[in-house]
Design a protein around this ligand. Structure first.
Ligand SMILES: C[S@@+](CC[C@H](N)C(=O)[O-])C[C@H]1O[C@@H](n2cnc3c(N)ncnc32)[C@H](O)[C@@H]1O
Length: 249
């Protein structure tokens, strides 16, 4: 059973709400800046298929892989609502994120999965093994600095104090013992696996401590502010998530 399984129902309930919206929108925008047209994409831990479907809409051919049959069923349901030409560019299959895949993909995505796995290095190695030389890996991880940051912004001082030196945390989905990585450690793991970071972003700084029921009046303005924070120091280093894009040698 994946470490994600206890949080699955809450994750599905939060889809499309403000925290998910910020995350999915910024990841898609950041990724799009690095892509050529017509890529072969592997989305590892694709879940409900948000990014896989967005990439297929943009003309890429996408295989989504996930450990959970329920999450794959969500992805199939969402894909079924797409036009035929988009559906034709999508396929979903069950599989493990850590499996080595010697496939010449142009882009391998793995968003929001590393926190449910024991360590970053084996994941980085598996992802890089699936990408062609010169192809890209897009990895979204939980930022270790975000543990104390979120607790502090919520006014939970005891959790903030514990969070400064923590690498594990109980996440908003109720998953205990989720794991967080320093952005530098992600870049090192990718480099050791043979992929050099070309860009990295923070995702969700200003609204990370909100409850999902807090929808701002002006979502576009929130997205614009979050996007700027995610692109520059020192803000990106404190965001909840780190989006790293690396090119394979
Ligand atoms: C938080 S969801 C993220 C879904 C999607 N990538 C996104 O960013 O919206 C985490 C997903 O990772 C999947 N997952 C967790 N551990 C996995 C593993 N070892 N192999 C494959 N998928 C895994 C879960 O089933 C779940 O669908």
């Amino acid at each position: 059973v994946s470490g994600f399984a206890p949080g699955q129902d809450r994750w599905i309930a939060g889809l499309g709400r403000v925290r998910d919206l910020v995350r999915q929108t910024l990841v898609a925008r950041q990724l799009a800046e690095h892509l050529q047209p017509g890529l072969e994409v592997l989305d590892v831990g694709c879940g409900q298929g948000t990014q896989a479907i967005a990439l297929a809409r943009d003309g890429h051919s996408v295989t989504g892989v996930d450990a959970s049959a329920e999450m794959l069923a969500e992805a199939e349901r969402a894909a079924a609502a797409e036009p035929d030409e988009v559906r034709a560019r999508l396929r979903f299959e069950q599989g493990d994120a850590l499996a080595r895949r010697d496939g010449p993909h142009d882009l391998v995505c793995c968003h929001g999965v590393a926190m449910y796995l024991p360590a970053i290095q084996p994941l980085a190695a598996a992802l890089v093994s699936a990408v062609r030389p010169g192809g890209l890996v897009s990895l979204l991880t939980r930022n270790r600095a975000g543990i104390a940051m979120r607790a502090g912004m919520q006014g939970d001082w005891a959790a903030a104090l514990d969070g400064f030196d923590a690498t594990r945390y109980t996440n908003r989905l109720g998953v205990e013992d989720a794991r967080a990585d320093d952005p530098e450690a992600v870049r090192s793991a990718l480099a050791a696996a043979g992929a050099q970071t070309v860009a990295w972003y923070g995702v969700r700084l200003f609204c990370d401590h909100w409850s999902n029921s807090e929808a701002p009046d002006d979502v576009a303005a929130l997205l614009a502010a979050e996007e700027q924070a995610g692109r520059r120091d020192p803000y990106r280093g404190l965001a909840a998530l780190t989006h790293t894009i690396a090119a394979a040698r």
